[in-house]
Design a protein around this ligand. Structure first.
Ligand code: URA
Length: 442
């Protein structure tokens, strides 16, 4: 077998039409060759692009998921008290839901083994956000993962050389080769991680809108169906939510900035949209874990976890166990900012009619929240603070955004983008729903 022949089969050639299905052996040849360092980045990049353009059917997606999963070992959670329930977002801007969600649901008595990703394209990554906490370690050994899970009811890790190494490599490569927005590639990436971490049941938050990888409801529905169908075929109970991502979630976009806003949610004074989505995902997780018999009851359990202080207690205990410096986190909160900063002011009086999530996320990448090359470091203190959200009234000259960059040079191009992201109109726009659809495949 040759990698180039498999690339050309998916791309299309005189003997195989574009999009021809690949066999399990062909997919395994590419992925295991890549993980073992025998197939180079440039061939895998070409193959990813051919999948991006020509897709994969449901059977190929299942093969890819399985081959990625078996590129490493599956975490054995035996001896710990299940059921094990997790949530995964398909990626958004300001989407910090996993950070407050895991301790809230753990405080409600559900065990949450969480394997997350880094920034991807214009979207942020849970691992990069967690690593902005001084000392916080996200590459846990299986022993450490199990140990932390048994103590705090949740643990946060990333793909390693042992666990889904294929996703570790492919994820980083897709991030910088324009090959993220693909239903089969997203499905295999997410599900390989979720099966490897040992979850029994999953909530998928499928983002839809300008700041999502799926820009419209029809595409988001396809991704939700693919995640639910593949998840179910792999023996998992699945709930998929389709949620709006036209405007960033919350007021803070960035790595440490999103840790701060997550702590606000844990204290019961987080932004309305972040809190609403956290409670809905949490409620479904408690239902899947049989701790609640309805979504409303699940939301009550999550609210109690916040108001009793238990969720924040578990969050700080998790930070400590994963190597994070808790006193420094508490001291840095609301004060640690990059010194390379500027503001954006309203050019006219009126109401904010939109803050485009994609353009804002892209500006975040320029500022250093995400990467342009696989080996680039993100800047923990870069990001954007929104002073207003859609529907808010502003006066000409008001500061609408605070902008923090990795250096001085990145500020101008980011500001240029952010100015394009903001629209102000004379009338207040209609409110748009955050939750667009709930799909259960139990
Ligand atoms: N989240 C993932 O883990 N993978 C993707 O491809 C997209 C979002």
């Amino acid at each position: 077998m040759r990698a180039v022949d498999i690339i050309m089969k998916k791309r299309g050639n005189p003997t195989a039409p574009a999009g021809s299905s690949l066999s399990r052996e062909e997919i395994a040849f590419l992925i295991s060759g890549y993980v073992q360092g025998e197939i180079p980045d440039y061939q895998i990049s070409a193959w990813l692009m051919s999948v991006y353009f020509n897709g994969m059917n449901f059977v190929e997606t299942g093969y890819l998921t399985d081959v990625m999963l078996t590129s490493g070992s599956v975490i054995d959670l035996s001896g710990l008290t299940g059921p094990f329930v997790d949530k995964h977002s398909t990626g958004g801007v300001g989407d910090k839901i996993s950070l407050p969600l895991a301790p809230i649901v753990a405080a409600a008595g559900v065990c949450v083994p969480m394997m997350s990703g880094r920034a991807l394209g214009h979207t942020g990554g849970t691992l990069d956000k967690l690593e902005s906490i001084t000392g916080y370690k996200t590459a846990l050994s299986v022993r450490e993962f199990r140990n932390i899970l048994s103590k705090t009811g949740f643990a946060m890790t990333g793909q390693t050389k042992e666990i889904v190494p294929a996703d570790r490599l492919l994820y980083a490569l897709r991030d910088v080769t324009g090959t993220v927005e693909s239903v089969p590639l997203i499905t295999a990436s997410i599900l390989s991680k979720k099966v490897a971490e040992g979850a029994d049941a999953l909530v998928f938050d499928v983002k839809c809108g300008s700041g999502a990888f799926m820009k419209n409801l029809a595409d988001a529905q396809k991704l939700a169906d693919s995640l639910a169908g593949t998840g179910k075929a792999m023996g998992k109970k699945v709930v998929a939510l389709i949620t709006a991502m036209d405007e960033p979630l919350g007021y803070k976009i960035g790595n440490f900035l999103e840790i701060e806003e997550s702590m606000d949610v844990l204290e019961g004074h987080g932004p309305q949209d972040v809190t609403e989505l956290t409670l809905l995902c949490g409620a479904w997780m408690t239902v899947l874990a049989h701790k609640a018999s309805s979504v409303d009851e699940g939301k009550d359990l999550c609210r109690q976890a916040i108001h009793s202080g238990k969720a924040m207690e578990l969050f700080l205990e998790n930070v400590r166990l994963q190597g994070g410096d808790v006193p420094r986190l508490l001291a840095d909160r609301e004060s640690r900012r990059s010194r390379h900063t500027t503001t954006i002011r309203a050019e006219q009086t009126g109401a904010i009619s939109s803050i485009d999530a994609f353009t804002t996320g892209l500006a975040g990448v320029y500022l250093g929240v995400g990467r342009n090359k696989t080996d680039e470091q993100v800047c923990p203190d870069a990001g954007i603070i929104l002073k207003y959200k859609k529907g808010d009234r502003v006066n000409a000259g008001d500061v609408i955004m605070e902008v923090y960059g990795k250096d001085e040079a990145c500020l101008d191009p980011a500001v240029h983008l952010l100015q394009k992201a903001i629209s102000i109109s004379s009338s207040v726009p209609d409110k748009t729903p955050l939750i667009l659809k709930e799909i259960t495949a139990l």
